[in-house]
Design a protein around this ligand. Structure first.
Ligand SMILES: Cc1cc2nc3c(=O)[nH]c(=O)nc-3n(C[C@H](O)[C@H](O)[C@H](O)COP(=O)(O)OP(=O)(O)OC[C@H]3O[C@@H](n4cnc5c(N)ncnc54)[C@H](O)[C@@H]3O)c2cc1C
Length: 385
């Protein structure tokens, strides 16, 4: 028997779970399909933490989205009884003209967000774990930075959606979507469903559903480091309260990002991918889930140079993926495939902090509500020829 719902969501990672929750919160009849379990470690939304920043240097239009997400994180924390976003403050470091320092200041100034400028001496005093600060180094202290628990966020959003009436089908792969005059025919797990509208939030698996959008899934592993017990580092120096969120531009192409150990864990660090060379396209279902020494050698060398208190050999590595759009901004809203198919993807490595606001904006689209801030820079139509 065919079942019909007003909206179906394909993929319940960060973006799909958020859309499901925000639609269910409006009383919309909604069903979600997830090929794995909820909060799994096989897509883009696993690995214990994601950085949160409100003064987003990636695009000046992202600040209101991050602010709305912060409000919704607090709402989801209330509903779930779990801490999902821990505000730690953070340091954005580079030369005065660097993308990281100048871009963050631009976004903060545009939206009146508070921050503190630090010269090299102040920066070195606040973060003595750092080495090789060049003579022109300076920094911004952004009190709004923090760390998010990604798995707990996805689990909480889906649980809250289900509590509000959403149907959730886990371990059910959506095979085809066929939009027609009366709705969209969905085949999933060998059964047929229909919906008035479908939101495709399939992460790295999204491109074949909407080939009109040039989205490229790539492998981007997560790396964790431990203090070097024989060297200068100690667990206390690298706990998150002493070593909070950092984003340090070490040269025009290289950005080291990360944060100190949360609750006695490891220090998480990575190299900014969005400014560098594009990695090769991968097939997410055939992702190499092994650990590749060549892949972390560049990060390891950078850690050895600028954070000498850490053991430069990663203590833990986990595969992950991001999906790049041509301009490194998300792709959110009505797709070129059909007015009945909305898309939520092209995360480009920085969407987790915005996921709840993205879910809310998709719910507003479906409900025909006005958007409270500009979304043109993330609309799929910007790629239309
Ligand atoms: C190393 C790394 C570091 C990052 N750091 C940050 C950070 O600090 N801050 C930040 O904001 N962002 C960060 N990100 C980006 C952020 O994690 C992603 O933008 C976000 O998790 C993307 O969520 P998603 O919902 O698009 O994808 P996913 O979470 O992968 O969700 C897609 C879901 O769709 C499901 N699916 C796919 N196809 C089907 C199908 N046919 N049927 C049913 N289900 C299907 C998948 O199983 C999956 O669960 C980082 C990403 C990586 C990899």
């Amino acid at each position: 028997m065919t079942t019909h719902t007003r909206v179906a969501v394909v993929g319940l990672g960060a973006l799909g779970a958020a859309a499901l929750w925000r639609l269910a919160a409006r009383g919309v009849d909604v069903v979600g399909f997830e090929q794995f379990g909820i909060g799994h470690a096989l897509g883009s939304s696993h690995g214990q933490t994601r950085l949160f920043r409100e003064a987003c240097l990636e695009h000046p239009g992202l600040a209101p989205m991050a602010a709305e997400s912060r409000t919704l994180f607090r709402q989801l924390e209330q509903a779930s009884g779990k801490e999902l976003l821990r505000i730690t403050g953070g340091y954005l470091i580079g030369s005065p003209e660097s993308d990281v320092v100048a871009g963050t200041a631009r976004a903060a100034d545009a939206y009146g967000l508070p921050y503190e400028r630090l010269d090299r001496a102040a920066l070195a005093a606040r973060l003595p774990q750092q080495a090789e600060l060049p003579p022109d180094a300076c920094g911004i202290h952004d009190p709004g930075c923090g760390v998010i628990d990604p798995e707990a966020t996805v689990v909480a959003a889906v649980a809250e959606a289900a509590r509000l009436g959403a149907a959730v089908h886990t371990h059910t792969t959506v095979e085809t979507l066929e939009p027609g005059a009366d709705g969209v025919r969905i085949t999933a797990g060998g059964r047929v469903h229909t919906a008035d509208a479908v939101i495709v939030a399939a992460g790295a698996w999204l491109p074949p559903f909407i080939p009109e959008l040039e989205l490229t899934p790539v492998r981007t592993p997560l790396h964790w480091f431990a203090p070097d017990r024989d060297g200068a580092g100690s667990a206390t120096d690298f706990a998150v309260d002493r070593f909070p969120v950092i984003v340090r531009q070490t040269d025009p192409e290289t950005v080291l990002w990360g944060h100190g150990a949360v609750d006695g864990g490891l220090v998480k660090l990575g190299i900014g991918d969005i400014w560098g060379e594009r990695p090769p396209r991968i097939d997410p279902s055939a992702l190499d889930r092994g650990v590749n020494t060549a892949e972390w050698r560049r990060l390891s060398a950078l850690v050895e140079r600028v954070l000498p208190g850490l053991d430069p050999v990663p203590a833990r590595v986990e595969p992950c993926m991001i999906t790049l759009s041509p301009d490194d901004q998300f792709v959110i809203g009505t797709s070129p495939a059909s007015p009945r198919i909305l898309v939520a993807g092209g995360d480009s490595g920085h969407a987790f902090k915005h996921c709840l606001a993205i879910g809310e904006s998709l719910a507003r689209d479906v409900a025909g509500e006005a958007q409270p801030y500009d979304l043109d820079f993330v609309r799929p139509g910007r790629f239309a020829v």
